[in-house]
Design a binder for this molecule. Structure first.
Ligand code: 5GP
Length: 192
């Protein structure tokens, strides 16, 4: 008997303000074999964010406990807060034959590259540093200080990614509709 085909991991790495959340939402709506891994974080929820849908909002001590017991596929400290991908959930989906989308930062993507080299790595880049700053400001969910911090980390990440050759694909998100079409084509092609 043929064994059930396992799902794949699609790692989308993008800094804040590159449009990854919107793109992921669109993809998930139309692709029923794709599920998003919901990360755990110690940062507080933003207005409109729902626990269990956007993130699992947990305390630092709970995060550290889960990290210690090997509960995360990868984890990172971003802007002074912890973020991690719950391992069991991802494994359950993959075993069930579903493809899993991970929306994580560069530090996390590096870890996944090490443990899951067959995963597909996609980097979503902003069109320019100026545009990135504009988008971060426009979002209006973070304080000025927070925006500046995110901008600094994002520009550092952009450089690291160019140096690292970590990604299989690099999409410049100039136009959300075009970026979406490219992303869909990549996922489709990787499944063939
Ligand atoms: P935000 O606080 O804006 O939702 O996310 C901040 C950064 O953390 C983004 O670059 C996002 O991709 C990243 N991030 C979210 N969840 C995870 C995760 O589970 N692991 C890692 N490594 N990064 C994450």
């Amino acid at each position: 008997m043929l064994s059930k085909k396992k799902g794949r991991l699609f790692v989308i790495s993008a800094s804040s303000g590159t449009g990854k959340t919107t793109l992921a939402r669109e993809l998930l709506k139309e692709d029923k074999n794709l599920v998003q891994s919901v990360s755990c974080t110690t940062r507080p929820p933003r207005p409109g964010e729902v626990n269990g849908r956007d993130y699992f909002f947990i305390t630092k001590s709970e995060f550290l406990r889960r990290k210690k017991s090997g509960g995360f596929l990868e984890w990172a400290n971003v802007f002074g807060k912890f973020y991690g991908t719950p391992k069991k959930e991802v494994e359950r989906h993959v075993r069930g034959g579903r493809d899993v989308l991970l929306l994580i930062d560069v530090q996390g993507a590096k870890q996944v590259k090490h443990t899951e080299p067959k995963a597909v790595f996609i980097f979503l880049a902003p069109p320019s540093k100026e545009e990135l700053k504009r988008r971060l400001e426009k979002r209006g969910t973070d304080s000025k200080n927070e925006i500046l911090k995110r901008y600094r980390v994002a520009t550092r990440e952009l450089k690291a990614l160019n140096d690292l050759k970590l990604c299989d694909y690099r999409i410049v998100n100039r136009d959300l509709r075009k970026a979406h079409a490219i992303l869909r084509a990549i996922i489709h092609a990787e499944r063939l």
